[in-house]
Design a protein around this ligand. Structure first.
Ligand code: ZN
Length: 242
């Protein structure tokens, strides 16, 4: 089973289209979505539709999905995030808002010894940035391979010994024992200094994780943000990958 892993899509349609084109070449059997389908970007309705059309076998909500659906107040967000999520909520149809409200709360168990969460298994809103955070998250994980998003920064943390030949191009061989926590990065708003869209493919039989970066039409996403009158910073940061 090869899982296509999509996280933090953030209403960026050009990025999602480029990722799906690239992923068709890499190949996958089923789709996992780790939350934050909307927020920040200017095309929430088409991104929500394209994502749900993929018929994910596993999906969890993100903090932006939750606030957009009215399940949590936007006062917990910074100004830019709040303005964009309020715009998103005002532009989506009641039917789309209902779909967001019904996205499952993580963590969720996936066949093949996999668990998915937006932030961490013990708290969907927790940010895993360093090895200390990762150790906490791994302790609370109930599957060998735990896939997370939320930080928009790719990273792999493992409790077992890392085997020789771990890196083969963009393919990471997972350690044969112990637990693994992996963040494949963000489709729609990368924050690791590389503006290309990020996604991953987990091959359960081979125990490999492919980390992909895909160039997309950033200018198109930026123009849409400006057209909709969203904060300019949201366009600028896409170009910088921050
Ligand atoms: Zn996010």
């Amino acid at each position: 089973m090869r899982y296509l892993i999509l996280s933090d899509l953030h209403a960026n349609l050009p990025a999602l289209e480029a990722v799906l084109d690239d992923a068709a070449g890499v190949g996958y059997d089923a789709v996992l979505v780790l939350g934050d389908l909307v927020g920040y970007g200017a095309d929430p309705a088409p991104v929500l539709a394209r994502t749900l059309e993929l018929d994910p076998v596993g999906i969890v909500r993100g903090n932006h999905d939750k606030v957009c659906a009215g399940l949590e107040p936007s006062s917990t967000f910074n100004d830019v995030a709040r303005i964009s999520i309020e715009w998103t909520a005002s532009t989506l149809s009641p039917a789309d808002l209902k779909k967001l409200a019904e996205l499952p709360i993580g963590p969720r168990q996936i066949p093949g010894g996999v668990e998915i969460a937006h932030g961490a298994p013990f708290d969907e809103d927790y940010y895993v940035f360093d090895t200390q955070d990762a150790a906490r998250a791994l302790e609370s994980a109930s599957a060998r391979i735990c896939l997370i998003g939320h930080t928009h920064v790719p990273g792999i943390f493992a409790t077992g010994a890392v085997p020789d030949g771990t890196l083969d191009g963009d393919i990471v061989r997972l350690p044969p024992t112990g637990a693994v926590l992996a963040n494949v990065g963000s489709v729609g708003q990368p924050r690791d200094g590389d503006p290309r869209a990020a996604y991953g493919v987990l091959d359960v039989a081979r125990q490999t994780l492919t980390l992909r970066r895909v160039a997309y039409d950033i200018g198109r996403a930026q123009r849409r943000i400006v057209e909709e009158g969203l904060p300019e910073w949201l366009a600028i940061r896409l170009g910088r990958g921050e």
